[in-house]
Write a protein that binds this ligand. Structure first.
Ligand code: ZN
Length: 77
């Protein structure tokens, strides 16, 4: 078993998860942080200045729990 005392729990979402053909991913410690990043990206890249409630719901359902190492990189299990 590898050492994992430095791992931090986080969440991840990609545009792809909500049906957008885009592989940009958002990582944050909670849903709020991810949606902040996602809304900036959606406004800039997808011409979607406000994320509608149905997309917001899809995001919440698509959210995945991940672990980050001490450098903030996702740990693949
Ligand atoms: Zn995107």
């Amino acid at each position: 078993m590898s050492e994992n005392k430095e791992l931090k729990e986080a969440f991840k979402l990609t545009c792809h998860d909500v049906g957008v053909d885009c592989d940009v991913e958002f990582i944050g410690k909670d849903f709020e942080e991810i949606m902040k990043k996602a809304s900036v990206h959606a406004a800039a890249e997808h011409n979607l200045p406000i994320i509608p409630p149905n997309i917001m719901k899809k995001c919440a359902l698509a959210l995945r729990g991940i672990y980050l190492d001490e450098n903030g990189n996702e740990v693949k299990k």
